[in-house]
Design a protein around this ligand. Structure first.
Ligand SMILES: C[S@@+](CC[C@H](N)C(=O)[O-])C[C@H]1O[C@@H](n2cnc3c(N)ncnc32)[C@H](O)[C@@H]1O
Length: 299
């Protein structure tokens, strides 16, 4: 057993107890077992430091190859945790890809994940629905995008693509050129930029909300969440302010999930949690979620 497997073996029972106690979210013994099996075959997780082990377990279905990353020029260790999206480097619009080269069927409905981070969340979804939807992840940290692109190449997925982009600058141009309908936008645990003078760095600003509403097809949905109440309320008030165009969904028919009395969804309806969400719930934090649907009459 390598070092990662020893760490995992030691932590797994503790993690399972802690997660189920604090977040009422169970990682099944089957997933833990598969994770440990993978490691005992000599797999180098590369990122097994602290709670990322929990992420690796939740995403163990994907069997992402962490070894191959070490063979590339991508140095994840030297990546910055936060960037300032308002600096001139990040103001350059992303290049519009040739969508026919990007997706095997560019007419499929599109889901865009804004601030997608590592991309595991979107890869998991794309892997589940290879023929029904295309997935586009926008991320402002280039190395994250490079690694995610490597993963989808290895998995030979042709319904998902990641772009190094400042969503505030490039979202509208990207979705306006996509040939199919924009049906889903997610903004999950965006960077909070706590200081008041940094609030303008937050990704959810009025122009982005307007672009989402402009290009989302009627019936299309927007899913937002944050483990920081202030950020969740900020996003909520910006989308609630557009109630003529988009309505808050109180009950999700597909999953039967109901909002609590404050209007927050108690669990993630996507079938998988994001990495930030996993860390936050592991720490015992509440995650505040809202789902919206575009009205038919808005144009
Ligand atoms: C806290 S992480 C959350 C990642 C992921 N959504 C999750 O829930 O695990 C926020 C991500 O948004 C990215 N980000 C911040 N501002 C952005 C912007 N203007 N455009 C695109 N990505 C952005 C950050 O680099 C970071 O990866």
């Amino acid at each position: 057993m390598n070092y990662a497997a020893v760490v995992a073996a030691t932590m797994a029972p503790m993690i399972q107890r802690r997660v189920s106690n604090k977040a009422q979210t169970l990682i099944s013994p089957r997933i833990i077992k598969r994770f440990l099996n993978n490691n005992s075959r000599g797999r180098n997780l590369g990122e097994v430091r602290g709670s990322p082990v929990l992420v690796a377990m939740e995403y163990s279905d994907l069997n992402l190859d962490y070894n191959s990353i070490n063979d590339t020029h991508i140095d994840m260790g030297r990546m910055r945790q936060h960037v300032n999206p308002l600096t001139s480097t990040f103001m350059v619009p992303a290049e519009i890809p040739d969508w026919k080269q990007v997706y095997s069927d560019p007419s499929l409905p599109l889901m865009v994940d804004i601030g997608t981070g590592s991309g595991r969340f979107l890869i998991w979804l794309a892997n589940k629905s290879p023929d029904t939807r295309n997935y586009l992840g926008l991320e402002i940290r280039r190395k994250m995008v490079e690694r995610a692109q490597l993963w989808i190449k290895e998995m030979a997925l042709s319904n998902i693509y990641f772009i190094f982009a400042n969503a505030a600058v490039s979202f509208e141009q990207l979705v306006s050129t996509y040939p199919g309908p924009l049906m889903f936008v997610s903004i999950l645990c965006p960077d909070p930029y706590f200081k008041k003078r940094h609030h303008k760095r937050r990704v959810v600003q009025k122009p982005l909300v307007d672009s989402i509403l402009k290009y989302l097809r009627p019936g299309g949905q927007v899913f937002v969440q944050s483990d920081v109440l202030e950020v969740a309320i900020d996003m909520r008030s910006q989308f609630d302010a557009e109630s003529h165009a988009i309505q808050h969904i109180d009950t999700l028919d597909s999953s039967g999930i109901l909002c609590d009395d404050k209007g927050w969804l108690p669990s993630n309806p996507m079938g998988i949690r994001t990495e930030r969400e996993i860390h936050a719930e592991f720490e015992g934090a509440k995650v505040y979620r809202r789902m919206y649907q575009k009205r038919d009459i808005f144009s």
